[in-house]
Design a protein around this ligand. Sequence first.
Ligand SMILES: Cc1ncc(COP(=O)(O)O)c(C=O)c1O
Length: 356
Amino acid sequence: MKESIKNMKAYQAELPAEVVKAKYGLSHLARLSANESVYGPSPKVAKAIKATADDILGYYPDGQATTLREAVAKHDQVDPESLVFGVGADELIQLLTRTVLTPGSNIIVPDPTFGEYAMHAQIEQADAKKIPVKPTTGQIDFEAMFSAVDDNTAMVWLANPNNPTGVFEKRAAILAFLEKLPKTVTLVVDEAYYDFVAQPDATVAQDVKHYSNLVVLRTLSKAYGLANLRVGYGIMQEPLYGVMQAVRLPYNLNTYQIVGGTAAIEDQAYLSQVVAKTQAERKLFQTFLRDNNLNFYESETNFIWVKVGDTKKVGEYLLSQGYQVNDHLNSEWIRIALGTAEDNAGMRAAILTSTK
Ligand SMILES: Cc1ncc(COP(=O)(O)O)c(C=O)c1O
């Protein structure tokens, strides 16, 4: 076994709702710990999956995910031949890492950020340099990130907006950073929460064609409400595109993922409704936090990173009241995904009680 991963811990997945409900004697549990969508996907997704003929089951799926590729290319206005699909953005993170990193190389990530970037680097025997975000705003410290680049740096990862902070960086800031990076360093901008951003200049997807060292990741797990279907994709140009297509498994998406994912992308009216509801709830929640002098970072996502003090105590209390949040990322900050209007109101009341 590789020495570097001998002590690695398994991903802390969510406890099943029924287990939590039984433990706390709850009739209702709001699962707000994994940034899932409480609105679920467009009804057209299940319809399209159910309409798929059973006789496809004996045959391998379309290895190029052609209908999904065409729908995504049209919607994102990118070249269909720049899209690599995966079992969630997770698979793209794994494949990119596997493709680019060699033992002894390093990656640069903000701190905090999505843990998988550093985890996969560790599997490939590469180091992760973690650069703290700016403490007062949670913004990325681009200067410090750039200063950390050395001869062994192979990748820089940016989740934009970032998880768990929810903080968003403008396209201009990312491109200015990319311009300075050596061409040998791949910059991955993970736009898993892009759809929730209310500000202009939210994406660098259309910039990929100008930079061979820029990759953009997207997922249908968040705003599209399809975390269970497991569909994500990367946008990248040659030579990385061709190599990633060769490295990925030939039939990594099955027909239900392709058909369901296509239906989701094609129902933009539904997506707009989800985004509008999420943005309205976010505004309400942040106003509440501000009014009650609770420290948080301005979010452009479907979750908020809030400083509560003793996370274990607050997390446990919220759970006992039927609100499951993520309390295991930091000892002082919790990450709360936005739920239904009713659950968000209940959660606000519970937060007030628990932080007193
Ligand atoms: C920043 C970020 N990237 C990627 C993912 C993984 O998404 P997927 O469900 O598409 O694998 C997540 C999931 O929480 C995330 O927060």
